[in-house]
Design a protein around this ligand. Structure first.
Ligand code: ZN
Ligand code: ZN
Ligand code: FE
Length: 762
């Protein structure tokens, strides 16, 4: 006897070829009925033989398309209707329900074959896509995911494209951004003023310009890239000069995995990550001897950030140029990524010699993601294209919180039920544009996922742009705004990332975070759960002479440590900054002594800066974390270096204070003895690991805890992470660090959302 089942499927089931998949399954089993996207789910009614229906339900789970993610299937029997045939119905919008949205997906193998074929109708077409690949999140304005609600609504499909779109057996059946050269978006090249350059083939022309050493602004998936030949020293130097980016590493795009292996060491896990649907930038061990990528691309780095082409445009361009290309975010220093044509020409004219533009609109600006693989495990450093807007799953039902994050590398996080939508990377909050990017991002996620906020969360720092905005937004909506301590947010973000409940020891090592005593924290040992945290230990306080100035000039931090821990008359002879202006030196000595314009800090990031300066690695920095990154990069093989510096812990009462005088004396001693920075770096890292193990061991014993989470930007240091993990495991402790959520401030908003939900009561 026939039955009719009504089925709801939740998860990532739109924009991934799910309805055609259902259609094929139903037809193969001679089931009648329909399938339909709603803003909450995919709804199906299937009528036919009972066994066929049960087989159909199993097949939905087991044979789903590669990019689909099924969270939940529910089925109930309803009265039979006895209509024949299976159809795909118009999408329905439903109040207060939402649908997960697929991130953008790198070009699939089938589409790659078509664009390089000489005979396919999509040969050389830079906007080729199908249900398995192409733009998604960056073009979607609203749900349900249909062409009219994307930036592709501006294009009418030609009859050939429409046939593919309507044919359930075609790979492009209901592929919303489906297009071809007859009907879809087009590409053109302009000079630096935005005036079109006549040419037969824009990408052939682009390739010529790149060969000549020109800098191009290329419109991509989530914004513009600034592009030049990565093997051309002069071109890279010019790009750096024009972008005012002296030494911060630039990412490189290389045509194939095989070619990447000529420049970098690539493990199996790294190869899989590079070639994944997300196609992030992966930080690979650079084979500097065999790579012709100029060292100006990533000066003094051991790792090179590399990605594969992820759109047809990139595939065609890389084949034409046939060399590695620098592909760095098309923005002005400190501003968000540029996404629109006019905006690009207006803002990037002083940087780019030519523009490669197209007329497919970008609705959401989204940077490239950055990942690394460590011990076979992927760690996301910057979470953006290819990952957002996939939610992080919460281990509880959360109220709807909007968390506004921190100041640097910022993200926001919006929660509803078990979903935490940790946004794509927004960036540093130092400009007007950054704040409007943050507001746009909040509004977009709020609208897409139908989130009605009940609570706002922000950092405790009263001067952060994002905190001020959070307070304004909360006041406007009559909501509570919960201020969350920075390092507590770090620890909770790591707990969620590792599915940890209960109480843990959190080691939060970073550059800057506002402490509840008004000092600048950053070398913190917390005992924390989702709702509360207690500061049970920290690195000893030293003054941060001149505030921000000390962050840009690590030698100021070195002097602060030396003056405050070893005394004003410490002998600075033969130190790498002995020639620094004597006036400035005296000013710093006075600032440190009298604490003028010098807030106290326990920052581990600043300690790394100070040691980098004392060891002669770097006196000034052009980007966040540079001194620490270079100190790690110069480190010798840890097995070849013995020794650890002395330190002590005042542990009589909480919080325990880590005393660093002994270590600084010993480092000075090494420097004066001519011990190379490579050795000092290893000894210093080992000392930091010993400090972490010693403090955590004592806390664990005192509080009867055995789990430690390592978090904060400093914990992106692989050498420190490995040494600390080993040392903690020797203490018998279990160690957790970050995976899907960045260890840096990109994860803060997630931690804030969780703390706010729990701390403010049910
Ligand atoms: Zn495809
Ligand atoms: Zn077409
Ligand atoms: Fe931080």
């Amino acid at each position: 006897m026939n039955k009719r089942a009504k089925i709801s499927v939740h998860g990532i089931v739109q924009g991934v070829g799910f309805r055609p998949f259902i259609y094929r399954l139903a037809n193969a089993r001679q089931l009648a009925g329909w399938v339909c996207n709603t803003s909450g789910s995919v709804e199906i009614e299937a009528e036919g033989d009972e066994r066929a229906i049960s087989d159909f339900l199993t097949a939905i789970r087991t044979q789903a398309p590669p990019r689909a993610r099924i969270d939940d299937i529910r089925a109930v029997f309803v009265p039979v209707e006895e209509h024949a045939g299976f159809t795909i119905r118009e999408s329905l919008s439903r109040e207060n329900t939402y649908q997960l949205i697929s991130p953008d997906i790198a070009t699939c193998d089938d589409c790659q074959r078509e664009i390089i074929s000489l005979t396919d109708r999509r040969s050389g077409y830079p906007f080729t896509n199908c249900t398995n690949c192409g733009p998604r999140f960056t073009i979607i304005k609203d749900i349900p995911y249909d062409r009219v609600k994307t930036t592709m609504s501006a294009f009418d499909m030609c009859s050939s494209c429409q046939r593919e779109y309507d044919d359930p057996l075609n790979r492009r059946f209901h592929a919303q951004p489906n297009a071809c050269s007859d009907c879809g978006p087009a590409l053109w090249v302009t000079d630096s003023n935005g005036t079109g350059i006549e040419c037969d083939d824009p990408l052939e022309k682009s390739s010529e310009l790149l060969d000549e050493g020109k800098i191009l602004a290329v419109k991509g998936l989530g914004g513009f890239h600034l592009v030049c030949d990565a093997t051309n020293k002069k071109a890279v130097a010019l790009l750096r000069e024009r972008k005012h980016r002296r030494s911060k590493p630039l990412a490189v795009m290389i045509g194939t995995l095989e070619k990447i292996r000529g420049h970098c060491h690539v493990s199996d896990a790294e190869a899989a990550l590079l070639a994944s649907a997300a196609a992030p930038i992966v930080l690979l061990r650079w084979r500097i001897d065999s790579s012709d990528v100029t060292n100006l691309v990533a000066p003094k780095q051991k790792y090179l950030g590399v990605m594969l082409p992820y759109t047809p445009l990139h595939h065609i361009l890389l084949r034409a140029v046939n060399k590695p290309l620098v592909m760095t975010s098309g923005n002005l220093s400190g501003e968000p990524l540029v996404k629109d044509n006019e905006e690009a020409v207006a803002r990037l004219a002083g940087i780019a010699d030519a523009f490669v533009l197209h007329n497919r609109g970008i609705h959401v600006r989204c940077d490239d993601s950055v990942c690394l693989v460590d011990d076979g495990r992927t760690r996301v450093v910057r979470r953006a294209r290819g990952y957002a807007p996939d939610p992080i799953t919460l281990p509880f039902d959360s109220r709807s919180v909007i968390a506004c994050g921190s100041e640097l590398k910022n993200t926001v996080c919006l929660t509803t039920g078990r979903h935490a939508f940790l946004s794509h990377h927004i960036g540093n909050m130092g400009s007007e544009e950054a704040l409007s990017h943050l507001i746009d991002t909040i509004n977009h996620y709020k609208n897409l996922f139908r989130i009605d906020p009940q609570l706002v969360a922000c950092d405790m720092h009263p001067e952060y742009v994002a905190s001020k905005y959070a307070h304004r937004m909360a006041a406007d909506r009559g909501l509570d705004c919960v201020e969350v301590q920075h390092h507590h947010a770090h620890v909770v973000s790591a707990m969620i990332d590792n599915n940890l409940e209960g109480t843990v020891i959190g080691v939060a090592f970073d550059g800057t975070g506002y402490g509840s005593d008004g000092a600048i924290w950053g070398g913190e040992f917390l005992v924390a759960d989702w709702a509360r945290s207690e500061r049970v230990g920290h690195l000893e306080y030293v003054p941060l002479p001149g505030g921000e100035a000390a962050i840009r000039r690590p030698y100021r931090m070195a002097l602060s440590y030396l003056f405050s821990l070893l005394g004003e008359d410490v002998d600075l002879e033969r130190l790498p900054f002995a020639d620094i202006d004597t006036v400035e030196r005296e000013v710093i000595a006075r600032q440190v002594k009298r604490m003028i314009n010098s807030p106290l800090t326990s920052s581990a990031g600043r300690l790394f800066d100070a040691v980098a300066a004392i060891a002669g690695v770097r006196n000034t920095v052009d980007y966040d974390g540079q001194a620490a990154i270079e100190l790690e990069a110069v480190a010798a093989d840890k097995r070849a270096v013995s020794g650890v510096y002395p330190f002590s812990v005042d542990g009589a009462k909480e919080p325990s204070i880590v005393r660093l005088r002994g270590m600084l004396e010993a480092i000075l001693h090494d420097v004066r003895d001519g011990v190379p920075a490579a050795t000092i770096s290893v000894r210093f890292h080992r000392t930091m690991a010993a400090i972490i193990a010693s403090v955590c061991g004592a806390i664990a014993a005192r509080r009867n805890l055995d789990r430690v989470v390592l978090t904060g930007g400093v914990m992106q240091n692989r050498l420190l992470l490995h040494l600390a993990t080993d040392a903690l495991e020797q203490e018998g402790l279990r160690v957790f660090s970050h995976k899907d959520v960045p260890a840096n401030d990109g994860g803060i908003s997630l931690g804030q959302a969780v703390v706010a939900h729990l701390a403010s009561g049910e």
